[in-house]
Design a protein. Structure first.
Length: 158
C-alpha cells in the first residue's frame, strides 16, 4: 500500500506520522497500526465509547483471527464493540470493504466494470468525498483492501 492509500483523506504531516506508529496487540501479539481517536469515537457503540480514554494512543489490530479491533496499552475493544462489521475480522459477502461508498465483496462481484471501481473511489478521494477516518474501522483508505478483493475475484473467474 502506498502513502496515498495509507491516509487518503488527510494531507497534514501529523496524520501521516500517526498512521506510521506501531503498537503490539496484547491478545494476539500482532503489530497494530495507529488510528486517530476520531475513528474510535465514530465507530464504538455508545456503551463502549464511555470507556474510551482519550489520553491513550490506540491501534488497529489487522489479525483476522483476533477479536480485538482497537487496543491501547491499557485496554482493547473487540469487533462486538463496534457499530459496523470489520472487513479484516469478517470476510462476509456483505461486509463493507469500502465504507464510504459501500463496496462489498458481493457488490464488486456483481459490478459490470470491476476495474473501474478503484478509479471511481480515487475520483471521490480527489474531490474530497471520502471519510475514511470516521467510516473505515482501520481509520485509513480502503483502496488496498478493494484492490486485494478485486485481484482475488479475478483469480476465481479465470
Amino acid at each position: 500500500m502506498n502513502d496515498l492509500n495509507a491516509n487518503c483523506c488527510s494531507t497534514d504531516s501529523a496524520s501521516k506520522e500517526a498512521i506510521q506508529s506501531v503498537g503490539i496487540c496484547s491478545v494476539c501479539t500482532s503489530k497494530g497500526k495507529a488510528v486517530k481517536l476520531i475513528t474510535l469515537k465514530s465507530l464504538l457503540l455508545p456503551a463502549k465509547l464511555t470507556l474510551l480514554d482519550p489520553q491513550h494512543d490506540y491501534h488497529f489490530c489487522k489479525d483476522t483471527e483476533c477479536d480485538v479491533v482497537y487496543f491501547s496499552e491499557a485496554m482493547h475493544f473487540t469487533k462486538d464493540d463496534l457499530k459496523v462489521a470489520v472487513h479484516q475480522k469478517d470476510m462476509g459477502e456483505n461486509v463493507p470493504i469500502c465504507y464510504c461508498f459501500d463496496w462489498t465483496p458481493q457488490s464488486i462481484r456483481k459490478a459490470s466494470e470491476v476495474d473501474r471501481i478503484p478509479q471511481s473511489i480515487s475520483e471521490h478521494i480527489k474531490t474530497g468525498r471520502c471519510g475514511c477516518e470516521v467510516n473505515n474501522p482501520q481509520g485509513s483508505c480502503c483502496l488496498g483492501n478493494v484492490n486485494a478483493v478485486i485481484k482475488q475475484y479475478k483469480k476465481e473467474i479465470v
